[in-house]
Design a protein around this ligand. Sequence first.
Ligand SMILES: [Zn+2]
Ligand SMILES: [Zn+2]
Length: 127
Amino acid sequence: MGVLRKTKSVEIVLHEFAKDSSAISVITLVERLGSKMNKTTVYRILNKLEDDGVLHSFLGKNGHKWYAKCNGCSATVHQDIHPHFQCISCGKVDCLDINVVIPEIKNRKVEVSQILLQGKCEECYIK
Ligand SMILES: [Zn+2]
Ligand SMILES: [Zn+2]
């Protein structure tokens, strides 16, 4: 995959992620951007941004797909092996900056790991 062309649509999608560091579900993105571009374009841009190491995706509760900004990834290597946290009260999802050690499994090679922790986020926990 080549370097992403910074079209207007790409900028609009990236802008959604510039606001804060939490993840955004595809459903929400399509909803928010619905007036500016069609669903297919949103999907295509998200795929491309993931290929380019700008965003990473993971599955949240109910199998919904979420996207979040990458930190230090490139088109060749994604380093987003961190767990994600989904708040069961407010629904917010974000990346956790912690390291989970995946155990060595005999005769198997782990290539992808997805860990989704669910509970109460900082805001909901204090209330
Ligand atoms: Zn919350
Ligand atoms: Zn993440």
